[in-house]
Design a protein around this ligand. Structure first.
Ligand code: F0G
Length: 350
């Protein structure tokens, strides 16, 4: 039985005898060969389905370890700023460990499912008239003077936990892929994956991918080379104007010979529909930024034909039902509660 990240990967993590055995059996997510899109794009494309984690996003990998280490250090309460997924994961793991969580979120900009999760897991939820960057600045300062443990990805244990996704990819493929494509928001995850590939390569000579990160165009601070005061994108998960791990993300790009590029909301929504409609994989809009980036990069010749590519689907589509229904073109067919009428309709469709 899969025992969760801390137990499975303790030799690669700063685990001590005092680290609690916290887990919701996170990790071990599917790497799905995207056969239809592979054919269309002329590459060997895989999706790492991080929405299959216990709270439906990759944040569980970092959060299980950040919360465990916070408890090891005696914390009674964790705090984070969030566009939604971090708050869901923080609340779940804090509750599981029997401590309090406080989350600070941008009012009106968190997808419905994520808010429902934080509520159900019992977080204290503070919403502000401000964006994620404002919220992160506030919780960083408060955690310096108040006995609350900060569990945003500026906490190095978050990066340690999240790097385990790279181990799983290498174990599934037998080596690192040629390209690793990933959405970029606060830039913690791209930094974590790169660290994971490097750590595993050192231990197992498993090779290194080129790291391709994708920001949403309205929130593309790294691409533009300056912070964005009022970031905007349909992909609320990555609506971030001043990524905390900016330098680490640039290092991942430069050391690997990769790129950080941007994709438009139009490209994100097209990829969002494509991955559900062509492969049966439902991801949230922020996650679709990576597939949008794959498509853009293949078209531009930056990802050559025949390449082995892994695209990270960071969060589950169920988290954001409003966006799904908003882009849906399928009309519901309303019929009488009558077998004959339904039969006639079906025969008309076939
Ligand atoms: N994809 C999803 C679904 C996310 O929720 C996030 C970040 C990212 C990608 C980007 O990852 O920040 O490490 O570059 N969500 C954070 C949150 C900010 O609060 O849930 P990153």
């Amino acid at each position: 039985m899969w025992k969760g990240l801390i137990e499975e990967y303790k030799q690669y993590l700063p685990v001590t005898e005092n680290t609690p055995a916290l887990t919701l059996n996170e990790g071990n997510t599917p790497l799905v060969h995207l056969v239809n899109l592979s054919k269309e794009l002329g590459i060997e494309l895989y999706g790492k389905i991080e929405g299959a984690n216990p709270t439906g996003s990759f944040k569980d990998r970092g959060m299980v370890f950040a919360v465990a280490k916070a408890i090891e250090d005696g914390a009674q309460c964790v705090i984070c700023a969030s566009t939604g997924n971090t708050s869901a994961a923080a609340a779940a793991y804090a509750t599981r460990a029997g401590i309090q969580s406080i989350v600070v979120i941008p009012k009106g900009k968190v997808a419905l499912g994520k808010l429902a999760q934080a509520t159900m897991y019992g977080a204290k939820i503070i919403e502000i008239d401000g964006n994620f960057d404002d919220a992160l600045n506030i919780v960083r300062r408060i955690s310096e003077t108040t006995p609350v443990a900060l569990v945003n990805s500026v906490n190095p244990y978050r990066i340690e936990g999240q790097k385990t996704a790279s181990f799983e990819i290498v174990d599934s493929l037998g080596k690192a892929p040629d390209f690793l494509c990933i959405p970029v928001g606060n830039a913690g995850n791209i930094s974590a994956y790169w660290k994971g590939f490097k750590d595993y390569n050192e231990a197992k000579q498993s090779g290194l991918p080129k790291m391709f990160g994708f920001e949403a165009e309205g929130a593309a601070a790294i691409v533009k080379g300056e912070p964005i005061a009022n970031p905007e994108t349909v992909a609320t998960a990555i609506r971030i104007g001043n990524p905390a791990s900016w330098k680490l993300a640039e290092a991942a790009r430069d050391e690997s010979g990769g790129i950080i590029d941007s994709v438009t909301d139009e490209e994100i929504l097209a990829a969002y529909k494509l991955i559900a409609g062509k492969e049966g994989v439902f991801v949230e809009p922020g996650s679709a930024a990576s597939l949008a980036g794959v498509i853009k990069s293949v078209k531009a010749g930056l990802i050559p034909q025949g390449s082995q590519v892994v695209t990270v689907f960071t969060g589950n589509g169920l988290k954001d039902p409003d966006t799904a229904m908003g882009v849906s073109t399928v009309d519901l067919v309303s019929l009488k509660n009558d077998e004959e009428e339904i039969r006639k309709y079906i025969e008309g469709v076939l």
